[in-house]
Design a protein. Structure first.
Length: 323
C-alpha cells in the first residue's frame, strides 16, 4: 500500500527532470525506477565523514537508479547498470524494518544514498519507522540535483542533509552528468536544506545530529569549477560544513573522456584546499590523496566497502599545512 507522498508519483516531479511519468503504473523516467522501492545494499558503513560514520558506522541504504548520468560514477553498478546487479524490491513497511534493524545494530544514523529520485518513497518509510521507534538521525545523502518543492514536502523528516555540489559550470555538468542546468538548480537546493536544518551540529562524541554537510569532489583538470563551487559556499555562509574530496578515480566511462581519464594530483588538490582557506571557510573536512585507492565499492559483493574512511576533519588553519 502506498503512502500519501508516494501517491504523487502518478505524474512524477520528484526531481528537476520532471519526467511526468506515472511511476505507480510501472512507467519509468530518466532514473529508470518505477514506484517500487528498489535498494542495492543496506548495512553499516564506516567510509563516510567522521560525523556521519562515527565509531559504529552509518546505517546506509543505497537506492538503485539515479537522476544523473555521471560518466565517472563509482557506484555505476547500482546507479546506471542496476538491471544487471542485485537489487531487492521492498514495501514501505519492509524498508522501515530495515531502518530499525540498522538502528538495533548500532548505527549512528540512517543514511539514504541516491535519494533524489526516491524522495517520496523514502519519506513514507521514515514516517512508518518513526512510528515504530526509530530515534537515530536520518541522513539525506544526495547528488544535489534535487527538487526544492519535494524537499519542502519532507521538512521535519530529515535531520542531516549530505548533498554534493558537483558543478557550478553547466557545460561541465552537461558533459559529465547529462545535467545542463545543475549549476542553476544547486543554489536553491542548498539554501532550502540550510533553511530546514541549519549548520552542522554534533553531539559530545562528534557525531552529527542535525544540519548540512556539503560534499565537493574535485575533478582533475577542472579546478575552475571547484573554485566556483567553493566561492558559492563561502557566499552562502562561511560556517557551512564542507567535505573537499580527493578520491576521484577514472571509473566507469571516465577513461573515454580526455581530462578526467586520470586521478587527481596533489598539486591540484592542494590548490583547491588553499583556495578554501583564502575564502575564509573554517569548517572543512579533507582527504588524504591515497583515498583514491580506498573508495572503489563492488556492489556484486555482500560487503561492497572494505575500508574505513581516510577523511579527516580540519579547521581552516590546519588546511594551510596541507602539503
Amino acid at each position: 500500500m502506498n503512502g500519501p507522498l508516494t501517491n504523487q508519483l502518478t505524474q512524477c516531479e520528484s526531481c528537476p527532470r520532471k519526467c511526468g511519468v506515472n511511476r505507480l503504473e510501472g512507467q519509468t523516467g530518466f532514473c529508470g525506477i518505477d514506484a517500487r522501492i528498489r535498494i542495492s545494499h543496506a548495512g553499516l558503513h564506516l567510509g563516510e565523514e567522521p560525523p556521519i560514520s562515527g565509531t559504529r558506522g552509518s546505517g546506509t541504504i543505497f537506492f538503485a537508479g539515479c537522476n544523473l548520468r555521471c560518466v565517472f560514477c563509482q557506484n555505476y553498478q547500482i546507479s546506471q547498470e542496476f538491471q544487471q546487479g542485485r537489487t531487492r524490491t521492498l514495501t514501505s513497511a519492509e524498508l522501515a524494518s530495515d531502518m530499525l534493524r540498522l538502528q538495533d545494530q548500532g548505527a549512528h544514523n540512517i543514511n539514504f544514498v541516491s535519494s533524489s529520485h526516491m524522495i517520496f518513497q523514502m519519506a513514507d518509510a521514515i514516517q512508518a519507522a518513526k512510528a515504530k521507534g526509530l530515534v537515530v538521525p536520518v541522513v539525506y545523502n544526495s547528488n544535489g540535483y534535487d527538487s526544492v518543492d519535494a524537499l519542502r514536502q519532507i521538512r521535519g523528516l530529515v535531520d542531516v542533509y549530505l548533498p554534493d555540489i558537483k558543478y557550478m559550470e553547466n557545460e561541465v555538468g552537461e558533459r559529465f552528468s547529462a545535467a545542463n542546468d545543475y549549476a542553476d538548480i544547486i543554489p536553491g537546493v542548498l539554501k532550502e536544506m540550510l533553511n530546514q536544518v541549519g549548520h552542522l551540529e554534533t553531539d559530545d562524541e562528534g557525531i552529527a545530529v542535525r544540519g548540512v554537510l556539503v560534499r565537493h569532489l574535485v575533478l582533475p583538470g577542472h579546478l575552475s569549477n571547484s573554485r566556483k563551487c567553493l566561492h558559492f559556499l563561502a557566499g552562502l555562509s562561511p560556517d557551512t560544513a564542507i567535505s573537499i574530496m580527493s578520491q576521484y578515480s577514472p571509473r566507469y566511462k571516465a577513461c573515454d573522456y580526455p581530462g578526467i581519464n586520470r586521478t587527481l594530483t596533489k598539486d591540484e588538490y592542494d590548490e583547491i584546499t588553499d583556495y578554501a582557506l583564502d575564502l575564509g571557510l573554517e569548517n572543512v573536512f579533507i582527504q588524504e590523496l591515497d583515498s583514491q585507492n580506498h573508495y572503489l565499492p563492488d556492489f556484486s559483493q555482500d560487503r561492497p566497502f572494505n575500508s574505513s574512511s581516510p577523511i579527516s576533519g580540519s579547521s581552516a588553519s590546519d588546511l594551510s599545512g596541507n602539503d
